[in-house]
Design a protein around this ligand. Sequence first.
Ligand code: SF4
Length: 314
Amino acid sequence: MKNIPKQLQQTLQENYPIDILSVIKEEKSLDGSIKYLFKLQDNTTVESVLLLMKDKQKDQQGNIIKSEKYTFCISSQIGCKVGCSFCLTAKGGFTRDLSAAEIVAQVVYLKKLNNIDQDKSVNIVYMGMGEPLDNYDNVIQAIKIISQESGLSINTRRQTISTSGISSKIDKLAQENLGIQLAISLHAVDDELRSELIPMNKAYNIQSIIDAVKKFPVDTRKRVMFEYLVIKDKNDDIKSADKLIKLLDGIKAKVNLIYFNPYPGTTYQRPSKTKMEKFKDHLIKKGVVCTIRESKGLDISAACGQLKEKENLE
Ligand code: SF4
């Protein structure tokens, strides 16, 4: 814009950048999921993933009767401080928090790059790189901007914070009453194993997380998601399933079972399909809603804990 004073041009340029992300790598999965590596203005990089949850449906005449459904996995930090033992992001340490603008920009770019307009269904999960509740203020500001009708108009009911369980911040989030959804990476039912997998458990143990979740306002149509990483001979038995059922008593919960994928240096192993199914059936029999995670984007390492660091490991 050359028709505004030079001084104002400079102020705008310095304080209100427009293109704060640029795509430097794009990987497309066979199932339609796409992983993007973005470069930020300070030359750091961050990843976001678009998951195609349901493709469009057409009638016999070829008219579209239902449009696509997408889930965006959005990053909140460059690197992460939590240090989960199974996570590739954690291996690179922590660089910095993302600003609210950089979080919102990931959503804007995923929509723009894939021509996703207002009437297509988009869910957002803050589960890319970083622990969203460790960058609390910026994540909350981003959620408010994304949900505003004059902004991207993606209702908070369609946005989920996935946390490794900073219970004090879950309490704080509950007080905001944003209508946001919550997912907890629980992974284990005893503190010893959980602290091994997620060292931060020493500061925020299982009981403190459960207590915080019990106070969290959950939308009447929704459930709190508990992610549970199933490890062979460690937490894949019926005794662990019973402990989990007891922990979740009184919570409108849904359990998502995840196969443990061995990584270099671990002695832990992937559970058998039979054990996994048995675990699931036991939970369902006792009235707990439970699914086994369908890993979208597996061929492009788009699952949680597999982002960005692959770049450096290659
Ligand atoms: S799994 Fe999530 S919380 Fe844990 S270190 Fe990785 S990015 Fe951080």
